[in-house]
Design a protein around this ligand. Structure first.
Ligand code: SF4
Length: 241
């Protein structure tokens, strides 16, 4: 694969670190892009804290890759959990599989299990790294390598923006980077086990997320589609992995 893409990604990561220092974090999705990013950050000694969300509904393969990263790079990934009382109240009212009942309930579940914990982790930060790529979906085609959340002025850096899926995969295998084994059975965008499926040839990369919802715009968890304030009205901050 092109070494230029790697150099550009590392350069953007360094630029972000130089500019924001301890105010920079990387919330990692533990997908294939996450593997590239964890490898780049660790190999280049960039000292960017890596965090991830444990929603309580993750597949075992995701825990396995978290563990593999920690062993391989000698790091500890900060695992963020939702508020237990909020999850209990939600499940008591709507049931354990509420996300299948309506788009609204699915978004509530994403908010409580993902967005609020992430909001808490981003409080006081200046910027974060994402693994988003332009080719992942139509909704991501207009992304820029550096963006600003207009409400809070939090910067987002997208070092893998111009990478194709093949280039991501090639990097992971050429460098023997640990990766989520669900990718071997045609999963692309990996989230909670109950809300993720394998995709078929020709399907959009994010077609395996919330596939029972027909609305094209609904295939985002809310972490990357709204301003932080819109995502979570009662807690400041927010975004997505
Ligand atoms: Fe809930 Fe599914 Fe969102 Fe996970 S992906 S937080 S289970 S709705």
């Amino acid at each position: 694969m092109s070494s230029v893409l790697v150099e550009q990604a590392v350069s953007l990561l360094k630029q972000a670190k130089d500019k924001h220092g301890d105010g920079l974090v990387y919330p990692c999705s533990m997908g294939l892009e996450g593997s590239v990013m964890v490898d780049l950050i660790s190999k280049h000694g960039l000292d960017i804290p890596i965090m991830t969300l444990d929603t309580g509904r993750l597949p075992q393969a995701t825990y396995d890759v978290i563990s593999a990263f920690e062993e391989r790079y000698g790091i500890r990934i900060q695992v963020l959990f939702p508020d237990a009382h909020e999850v209990e109240a939600m499940v008591r009212e709507h049931g354990v599989n509420l996300f299948r009942k309506s788009v609204e309930l699915r978004k509530s579940c994403c908010e409580i299990r993902k967005i609020r914990p992430l909001n808490r982790a981003l409080e006081g930060k200046e910027a974060w790294i994402t693994g988003r790529r332009r080719q992942q979906s139509k909704g991501r085609s207009d992304l820029q390598s550096v963006e600003t959340d207009v409400v809070y002025g939090l910067k987002k850096y997208n070092p893998l923006l111009e990478w194709s899926l093949n280039e991501v995969s090639e990097y992971v295998h050429a460098n023997d980077v640990p990766y989520n084994k669900l990718h071997d059975v045609h999963y692309q965008s990996i989230g909670c086990e109950c809300c993720t499926r394998a995709i078929s040839m020709g399907e959009d990369e994010r077609a395996g997320r919330w596939w029972w919802e027909n609305d094209e715009g609904a295939a985002e968890c809310g972490l990357h589609v709204m301003s932080l304030k819109e995502v979570s009205g009662d807690i400041e901050g927010g975004e997505g992995i």
